[in-house]
Design a protein around this ligand. Structure first.
Ligand code: SF4
Length: 223
């Protein structure tokens, strides 16, 4: 597998994607956001270093009190902290929620931009969050969101090499292998796959739906 050509790797990537589609379909997001791009930005920002389930526990109260960017723009960060304090980094997340709401109101006509670069100008919004919003809210994927699941799976599948040691480099490796029409689905599918089979600690290689396509299957490098 170490001498696999780019063409062979692309072929393997296509087969992996076919299996993901048969097993998960297009994949569903696990964050609740009421189909509202603003709420999605907030929920994805809150999900950094936390589980989506933990975020889904706090967002009903958060959006009950601050339904749109207008209310959140005039909130006190301390009041927001109280609602989201069960999440990691809740202080900086609360501050960013208020700042990004103010920026949306002041500079974006209170509308979440359908643009990967503009999204990343919002406080607390990095490339991962921007990619999720482009794919999920606007169905206009401009990249692949690389979270902990996607990063791990890309490396176990050897779609990203050892030098792709950051999410950005891993994303570039994936974009080079997967055709653009699949970018919309990969994050959702791989997140579900990472929870069902390719777990961080003990991957279930014996049950895995792509074991025959994976160089790390059955005791390979699971780092
Ligand atoms: S075979 Fe194992 S390491 Fe490879 S993708 Fe499946 S669960 Fe992950």
């Amino acid at each position: 597998m170490s001498r696999e050509t780019k063409a062979a790797k692309r072929e393997r990537a296509a087969k992996v994607e076919e299996r993901m589609f048969s097993h998960y379909g297009p994949g569903e997001p696990s964050l609740d956001y009421d189909r509202d791009p603003f709420r999605l930005v907030c929920a994805v920002l809150l999900s950094a270093q936390c589980t989506d389930a933990a975020v889904n526990k706090v967002t009903p109260k958060l959006f009950g009190r601050y339904p749109t960017c207008f209310e959140l723009a005039s909130a006190n960060a301390e009041d927001v902290e109280e609602i989201i304090h069960s999440l990691g980094f809740f202080r900086s997340k609360a501050a960013n929620l208020v700042k990004l709401s103010r920026k949306l109101v002041a500079e974006f006509d209170a509308t979440v931009p359908n643009d990967l670069d503009l999204l990343q100008k919002l406080p607390g919004v990095g490339r991962r969050t921007a990619n999720v919003v482009m794919a999920e809210a606007f169905k206009n994927a401009q990249g692949i969101a690389v979270d902990t699941h996607v990063f791990r799976i890309a490396h176990r599948l050897k779609f990203a090499g050892p030098s792709a040691d950051t999410p950005d480099k891993t994303e570039r490796a994936l974009l080079d292998l997967h055709p653009k029409e699949t970018w919309l689905y990969i994050n959702h599918q791989w997140v579900h796959f990472g929870r069902e089979f390719c777990l961080a600690r003990r991957p279930k290689c014996d049950l895995c739906i792509i074991a025959d396509l994976c160089p790390s299957s059955g005791g390979g490098n699971h780092s």
